[in-house]
Design a protein around this ligand. Structure first.
Ligand SMILES: [Fe+2]
Length: 173
């Protein structure tokens, strides 16, 4: 039996050119995004600030790493969620008895000039469904510990990403 399906990956858009940053707002809207987050290293902070101002209300804000390459932000604590099971892959996995859910996690996409890009998740080590990820993405080195701060329901997660130098001809420009 042949199952028909369509898979659409998340698309990346790279626009390169003199003055191209002036069109970032146009691209944000063309992609049907409501807002964009500007990421920066300390030595590009002025450029990031200028871009954020140029974006105006389209800019969520700016993340700039500190001198050690660290950044901090606040967000809601992630929860696990069910994944669609109505497609052929969902039917196959469900038929094999796999749970059609993902344990709690945060997504990260980290880029730095001269380094390989990191696209990964960090999973909440306290999620009881950690061993049942429908996408088989949980690895020991990607499990983090959300530590209560003692202030309300706030928690902190400290996690270190290790970047490797890009191979010649690769890496984020
Ligand atoms: Fe997710």
């Amino acid at each position: 039996m042949t199952l028909d399906f369509t898979y659409q990956a998340s698309a990346a858009r790279i626009v390169f050119g003199n003055g191209a940053s002036g069109d970032v707002g146009k691209w944000v809207e063309a992609l049907d995004c409501r807002r964009a987050l500007v990421l920066s290293t300390p030595h590009q902070a002025a450029d990031a600030e200028a871009l954020s101002k140029r974006l105006g209300p389209l800019s969520v804000g700016i993340f700039t790493t500190d001198g050690q390459g660290c950044f901090r932000y606040k967000t809601v604590r992630p929860g696990g969620y069910a994944v669609p099971s109505d497609g052929p892959v969902g039917q196959m996995l469900g038929g094999l008895g796999f749970a059609m859910r993902r344990p709690a996690h945060l997504h990260f996409l980290i880029k730095a000039a001269g380094f390989e890009t990191i696209s990964t998740h960090v999973y909440d080590g306290s999620d009881p469904h950690l061993g049942q990820d429908a996408l088989f993405g949980v690895k020991d080195e990607l499990i983090g510990e959300f530590k209560p701060t003692g202030k309300g329901d706030a928690s902190t997660l400290d996690f270190t990403f290790t970047m490797v130098r890009a191979k010649k001809g690769r890496g984020t420009p």
